[in-house]
Write a protein that binds this ligand. Structure first.
Ligand SMILES: Cc1cc2nc3c(=O)[nH]c(=O)nc-3n(C[C@H](O)[C@H](O)[C@H](O)COP(=O)(O)O)c2cc1C
Length: 202
């Protein structure tokens, strides 16, 4: 196939989860006995605007899966790029073996609307309540409503909009062959609807 004079050759790869980028979110949850945990989750996405909903997918073997079964509330904490090590660590060890709050030295503060904690060190936190669970195969999908959003005040501009350059969200690019990579978002390219202006010129 030729696009603008350049020859494009395709190679078909085995089906895999190389949708990118995705967030590297730090999800906090709490079991029935009050035991708290943090799990790094990249199989996550917005699924509905009204009501605001997202999904997370968790492998049945995870300690967090056990806690989510007992209490479907959780918080999606979005770390900044500078917190890559802490985010990775919470995806390497299990809450069955270690207290991850102690492990990374971060502070849990009570969420406003759900029975789980917010990670103080993350600039943005989405408080979620599970509405539906669906077993998919390797992972169980938790469909959840976002009941509240908490943000560090300095991450908002004068109009109350999120300053993405201040939040600096940590992105993850899963690799088809196994080892994924963490990325930062480098620059803003445009705003929603930019094509309306651009379209007049092309
Ligand atoms: C970047 C990254 C993304 C991950 N995404 C997921 C995910 O979406 N679902 C999942 O079940 N595990 C995911 N993991 C693996 C878990 O975070 C990891 O197994 C963790 O140790 C489980 O902790 P727990 O046993 O305390 O629940 C991810 C790990 C990393 C490093």
């Amino acid at each position: 196939m030729t696009i603008r004079g350049k020859i494009i050759k395709y190679r078909e790869l085995p089906p895999s989860t190389c949708l990118m980028p995705v967030p590297a979110a730090m999800v906090t949850c709490r079991g029935a006995d009050g035991k708290e945990n943090i799990i790094t989750i990249s199989w996550i996405g917005i699924v509905c605007s009204e009501p605001p909903m997202l999904s997370i997918s968790v492998r049945p073997g995870r300690f967090s899966r056990e806690l989510l079964e007992q209490n479907g509330d959780f918080v999606v904490n979005l770390p900044s790029a500078g917190a890559m090590i802490q985010a990775d660590r919470c995806g390497m060890v299990s809450g069955r073996d270690v207290d991850k709050f102690e492990e990374i030295g971060w502070t849990a503060i009570p969420a406003a609307k759900v029975n789980a904690s917010i990670l103080k060190e993350c600039p943005l936190a989405l408080e979620c309540r599970t509405r539906q669970k669906i077993g998919l195969g390797s992972h169980d999908l938790f469909l959840a409503e976002i009941l509240a959003v908490q943000v560090h005040e300095e991450m908002l501009d004068a109009n109350g909009r999120l300053k993405i350059e201040a939040i600096e969200p940590l992105a993850y690019c899963p690799n088809c062959q196994g080892g994924g990579q963490y990325w930062s978002l480098k620059e803003v390219l445009g705003h929603y609807g930019v094509s309306r202006e651009h379209h007049k010129r092309i």
